[in-house]
Design a protein around this ligand. Structure first.
Ligand code: GRF
Length: 216
């Protein structure tokens, strides 16, 4: 068997996607291993959860008044020193500078709680309800300089039900996130998901549209 792909996970909060990725790596769904979990926030519950799982963790907080690029460099160095060859952003609530994105280009994935390109940015569940959308979900995509706009790999889709609240919608979307993110990272670790000509490829086919996972 090929050597497991070393990857790092960046979080800012609860870390449920980080845990889903760590679980995928330990149960074999991902031919990989988590080298490091980094949080930019000391109060991220995911830091404690990661340490409890025996994962290496680091807190890297941006210093006030220090440029974003300097923070990106510190992050990059820590990731590289851990031996990671892929970076998975999992609820990392900070915009990364262009230098960071370029350094990890094609090896940088994110999960976003909407059916991109719809609803980039924050408060997606609230905005979906306000817009009266009938469908919602989540997207794993490669990260490029433009926020939430890199090539999409896989989307989990679900219908918005009558009487839905922001909380119920968020919970349903998160369940889907925990399915599609390990799947995408698993593809990458298996060499099936690649980056070429500035876009995503799966099994040597250009992904003009993301793979769709439908849920009830
Ligand atoms: C997820 O909903 C993800 O889509 C978004 O931030 C949230 C992180 O949740 N980017 P968790 O920390 O993984 O539980």
């Amino acid at each position: 068997m090929e050597r497991p792909l070393p990857f790092a996970v960046l979080i800012s909060g609860r870390g449920s996607n980080m845990l889903a990725l760590a679980q995928g790596a330990s149960d074999g769904a991902i031919a990989g291993r988590v080298t490091l979990v980094i949080s930019d926030r000391a109060d991220a519950a995911g830091l404690v959860a990661a340490a409890r799982r025996g994962l290496a963790t680091r807190l890297i907080e941006p210093l006030r008044g220090v440029e974003r690029a300097a923070f990106g460099l510190t992050l990059s160095d820590a990731i590289e020193q851990s031996g990671a060859e892929l970076v998975a952003l999992a609820g990392f609530m900070r915009i990364l500078d262009a230098g960071f994105v370029q350094r990890w280009r094609g090896r940088l994935l994110n999960i976003h709680p909407s059916l991109l390109p719809a609803h980039r940015g924050l408060h997606t569940h609230r905005r979906v309800l306000a817009a009266g959308d009938r469908q919602h979900g989540c997207t794993v995509h490669f990260v490029t300089e433009e926020l939430d706009a890199g090539p999409a790999v896989i989307q989990g889709r679900l219908p918005v039900c009558a009487g839905e609240t922001e909380e119920s919608l968020s919970a349903r979307v998160q369940r889907l996130e925990h399915i599609i993110y390990p799947r995408a990272v698993g593809w990458f670790a298996a060499g099936r998901l690649t980056w070429k000509d500035e876009t995503a490829w799966l099994d040597s086919r250009r992904l003009t549209d993301p793979v769709i996972e439908e849920a009830e």
